[in-house]
Design a protein around this ligand. Structure first.
Ligand code: AMP
Ligand code: ZN
Length: 273
């Protein structure tokens, strides 16, 4: 078994991420990370389906969809594609420009909030037990450092290889099988196996705290990234304790699980949904 597959399997076992009977829906973007997660979970014989949100970003989105169809076709995986334009009546670029006239939020932040909201809703519709994403070691180390820089480690209290310390019937627990795998190892692996993947960056990912943090962390080696994540996991149980008294409530506008009366998505966009 390859190193990556071994590591993914040991992460699944150590953190009890999946049971063999679980239906695991992989949120696939068309990029190397989520497609690698899709391949590995399928090859480890889990009950896998795929979910893709077509963001409507021109040729980039078309190419992503094409590669995802190839991957799912090869693996014999059922794929659900949700078109953002059908849900919100407009593409991601228009959603963002509407929001950004009022609020100071980066492209990636708006897109991330909308995707998370929609992915949870759709995964619930297809009765997923778990939702897997392609987050890798670099993504996680970046998030920890970003939260630290913003002076709020509690922002990460809901993270880890499995997110969602609060159980709720409307919230599908999210798992990150590539949690301990450095990004450059995922890239090497997907290239070596010639996986159908789009390597281009999203055309809308311009200047955000995450991009600056990534540039900074690219200068340190993988051992340091692993150290950041492992040390964070040591304090995570204490952070999670503070969440124990928190209850999930349902957004007054859309009915989706939220921490406040109005969920993050609805506080940005109040469109039909
Ligand atoms: P990002 O927020 O773009 O860093 O993506 C984080 C994770 O969300 C990816 O690894 C995927 O699992 C998932 N994801 C991102 N974009 C999409 C998309 N368009 N459709 C479905 N899942 C996505
Ligand atoms: Zn809402």
């Amino acid at each position: 078994m390859s190193d990556i597959k071994n590591k993914v399997l040991s992460t699944i076992k150590q953190y009890k991420l999946l049971k063999k009977t679980d239906k695991v829906v992989v949120a696939v973007s068309g990029g190397k990370d989520s497609t690698t997660a899709l391949y590995l979970l399928k090859e480890l014989n889990y009950n896998v389906e795929a979910l893709h949100i077509n963001l409507g970003l021109g040729d980039y989105s078309e190419e992503c969809l094409e590669k995802i169809k190839q991957a799912c076709g090869k693996l014999g995986i059922k794929l659900k594609v949700v078109d953002i334009k059908k849900i919100f009546g407009m593409r991601m670029c228009h959603i963002r420009s509407g929001v950004q006239q009022e609020k100071k939020v980066s492209n990636c932040m708006v897109c991330g909030i909308v995707k998370k909201w929609l992915i949870n809703k759709e995964a619930r519709r297809i009765r997923a037990d778990k939702l897997a994403t392609g987050h890798n070691l670099d993504d996680e180390a970046q998030t920890i450092i970003m939260n630290f820089l913003q002076g709020n480690l509690m922002l990460g209290a809901n993270s880890g290889p499995e997110t969602g310390s609060i159980r709720d019937k409307k919230f599908i627990p999210r798992i990150k099988p590539l949690y301990f795998i450095p990004e450059n190892n995922v890239r090497k692996y997907s290239k070596k196996r010639k996986l159908p993947v789009v390597y281009k960056k999203c055309p809308c990912a311009v200047s955000s705290l995450r991009i600056r943090t990534r540039e900074y962390l690219n200068k340190v080696d993988n051992k340091i990234k692993l150290q950041i994540v492992k040390n964070f996991l040591k304090i995570l149980p204490n952070l999670k304790k503070k969440l124990l008294n928190e209850k999930i409530i349902y957004c007054k506008l859309c009915g989706e699980p939220a921490r406040n009366k109005i969920c993050k998505k609805c506080s940005l966009i109040k469109l039909k949904n």
